[in-house]
Design a protein around this ligand. Structure first.
Ligand code: SF4
Length: 293
């Protein structure tokens, strides 16, 4: 880290710790959302330095990466966490069967793509809402950072890092809202805290960085997520692309993408040829064809 960045990191760290301490003084039932990704691990580590009186809420979507399951179980045990798992009532595959694959991101109203909206609602929002209600949560810590998406930046500008949520009916606190990815890794390095080994599977880059969370989420196909999956988790890649036929969906999407310029476009012709050849043969002949859209 450059020296001016180190100064900035120290200031942010000081601010975040103060924010956590102040928030803890005011509320009785603090809960921290933890995905066992790098950001929530940083907040969790800071929090446990000031209090043991909090509950960890893990939204286990049932489609977490194998590395996440292993890491989460180890941390829960080693750090002796009081952890509640919020699990969905329906599976990712049941949602796909009903609404299709969650391919496109949601907009700020949440309705740009219905499948994505429904999927996040069933796997994340509903189980989390029920768990928080049962826990009587009055203060909710998260590891949210503003740089992660435009939606988060928008929400950060609108609400800041600490506010009462009328929707959720509790106080929300995002202690590392203004931290960069570099700040987060600096904290992990300086305080030597464990992190999810998924981040070490990084020789195949994903645009925007590796994220924990639902492994079969197809929102990130244009960022290279499937190449990452094919390289590090070939069985999961096969399950998604072959068995659950997401490869067929990709072929159709590629044909659709080029259809307006089809007469002179070789990509269009190639996609048509692969479509005729069939998914399994195309995968054998050209596995990287499905790496990104
Ligand atoms: S992140 Fe993707 S897979 Fe996970 S709940 Fe949302 S849409 Fe579904």
């Amino acid at each position: 880290m450059r020296s001016d960045n180190i100064d900035s990191f120290k200031k942010k760290l000081h601010y975040s710790k103060a924010l956590i301490r102040e928030a803890l003084k005011k509320f009785k039932n603090p809960v921290i959302a933890c995905s066992f990704g790098k950001d929530s691990m940083v907040v969790l580590d800071m929090l446990k330095k000031y209090s043991r009186n909090f509950t960890v809420l893990w939204n286990n979507t049932l489609v977490e990466y194998p590395d996440t399951y292993k890491f989460a179980r180890e941390i829960i045990k080693d750090w002796e966490l009081d952890c509640v798992e919020a699990r969905p009532k329906v599976t990712f595959w049941e949602i796909v069967e009903k609404y299709g694959f969650p391919i496109y991101s949601r907009n700020s109203k949440g309705h740009k793509q219905y499948a994505t909206y429904k999927c996040c609602e069933e796997l994340k929002k509903k189980p989390t809402t029920i768990a928080l209600r049962n826990m009587n949560c009055d203060l909710y810590f998260t590891g949210l950072t503003r740089h992660e998406s435009r939606l988060r930046e928008f929400s950060a500008r609108l609400y800041g890092d600490s506010f009462y949520s009328k929707t959720w009916k509790h106080w929300k606190c995002h202690p590392i809202l203004n931290w960069t990815r570099e700040d987060v890794w600096e904290y992990i390095r300086v305080f030597n805290i464990p992190y999810n080994p998924l981040y070490d599977k990084n020789e195949i880059p994903i645009d925007g960085g590796i994220r924990t969370g639902c492994w079969p989420c197809t929102q990130a196909i244009k960022y290279g997520k499937l190449e990452h999956l094919r390289t590090y988790y070939p069985e999961l890649f096969n399950l998604l692309v072959v068995k659950k036929k997401f490869g067929e969906v990709m072929l159709d999407l590629r044909i659709e993408k080029y259809k307006d310029i089809k007469s002179r476009n070789t990509d269009y012709m190639r996609n048509r040829a692969y479509k005729q050849l069939g998914l399994e043969k195309t995968l054998t002949a050209h596995p990287c064809f499905f790496d990104r859209l």
